[in-house]
Ligand binder design. Structure first.
Ligand SMILES: C[S@@+](CC[C@H](N)C(=O)[O-])C[C@H]1O[C@@H](n2cnc3c(N)ncnc32)[C@H](O)[C@@H]1O
Length: 323
């Protein structure tokens, strides 16, 4: 029986202009690549605190994204039933596998050698990771919207400013589309700040640990439509939602604008045009150019439903709030 599972796929992260850094680890010298976000968390107190605050228990399967040389992984193996780690760098996969084997953990560790954003999502109870910061947004979207089955919680070490935008309330500076998308399906909580001095090599920015807990019930919404809708709302900087969709006026205009064939365009005060065909919204045209969208299944009723959901996540249509 293969005890240490390593699934492999060639990496496409082969930028020749990569800026490499020298780092002396306990496993020998490994060249760390900034382009892969390789900042190793070395402070044992912080590592222990992350494990403790994650609430991991002996029955949990943990997903770790970007385990690196395994400083966090070994602690997670001590505390959990099983760890599935996804790592893009072959050298890290080897270093981690060696360390896990030395510590007698090899039958409880599965290492997937792949880019997390491209790999098939494994099943897991908890995700606990010091992630590569440059893929933070797509990583969180993948966790929340592509998980095979519901998971309990994700405990993530994020760049401090990024974490604070996720924690921001509607109307606060920094509140962005990712925060809205996350808020629809999950709750985000602050856990602790981590100094940049706790990493080797020392990054330019401090970090923050947050937990992201999926809601037990998610709203009844076509997530693809929701994401297109929030993209429209957040593409127009420094505007309120009310300015983008003047609800009554927009709907009146939409209905009146329909031509003989059932198609038409209307323009809002902010230069946002919506294309209609037989009561279906087929595209959004803005001052900067046409935003490509597949013909939408969304009709006027669905648009109103999305606006209602916006209220539920705390963005009120009629309030003059900046988003
Ligand atoms: C910030 S380091 C964290 C290392 C380790 N978890 C720690 O706490 O010390 C990020 C790790 O993610 C890996 N990585 C970068 N991009 C990745 C991707 N797209 N998929 C999976 N792993 C990735 C890097 O090779 C690196 O090992």
């Amino acid at each position: 029986m293969a005890l240490l599972l390593i699934k492999s796929r060639p990496s496409n992260l082969t930028n020749p202009a990569v800026r490499a850094l020298r780092f002396a680890s306990s496993d020998g010298r490994i060249q760390l690549h900034k382009s892969k976000g390789q900042h190793i968390l070395t402070n044992p107190r912080v590592l222990d605190a992350i494990v403790r605050r994650s609430g991991v228990g002996p029955s949990d399967t943990v997903l770790e994204i970007g385990p690196g040389t395994g400083n966090l992984t070994l602690r997670l193996l001590e505390a959990s039933r099983r760890v599935v780690a996804v790592e893009v760098d072959r050298r890290m996969v080897d270093a981690l596998s060696r360390r896990a084997e030395e510590r007698g953990f090899r039958d409880r560790l599965e290492v997937i050698h792949d880019d997390f954003l491209k790999t098939k999502m494994p099943s897991f109870d908890l995700c606990i990771s010091n992630i590569p910061y440059m893929i933070s947004s797509p990583l969180i979207m993948k966790l929340l919207f592509e998980s095979v089955r519901p998971f309990k919680r994700a405990t993530l070490l994020l760049q401090k400013e990024f974490a604070h935008r996720l924690l921001a309330k509607p109307g606060n500076p920094g509140f962005n589309r990712l925060a809205v998308n996350v808020k629809l399906v999950a709750g985000v909580e602050f856990v602790m700040n981590v100094s940049k001095r706790d990493f080797v090599p020392c990054p330019k920015v401090d970090s923050t640990v947050v937990t992201i807990t999926p809601k037990l019930e998610t709203p009844n919404v076509d997530l693809e439509e929701w994401r297109a809708f929030t993209r429209t709302c957040f593409n127009t900087k420094n505007k309120t939602v009310g300015a983008i969709f003047k609800q009554k006026r927009l709907l009146e205009l939409l209905r009146r604008s329909e031509d003989r064939d059932g198609g038409g365009y209307v323009e809002s005060e902010d230069g946002v045009e919506m294309g209609l065909f037989k009561d279906r919204i087929i595209g959004v045209l803005k001052q900067e150019g046409f935003e490509e969208r597949r013909p939408s299944k969304m009709g006027i009723e669905e648009l109103l439903h999305l606006l209602e959901l916006f209220n539920q996540v705390g963005i009120f249509f009629n309030e003059r709030r900046k988003i």
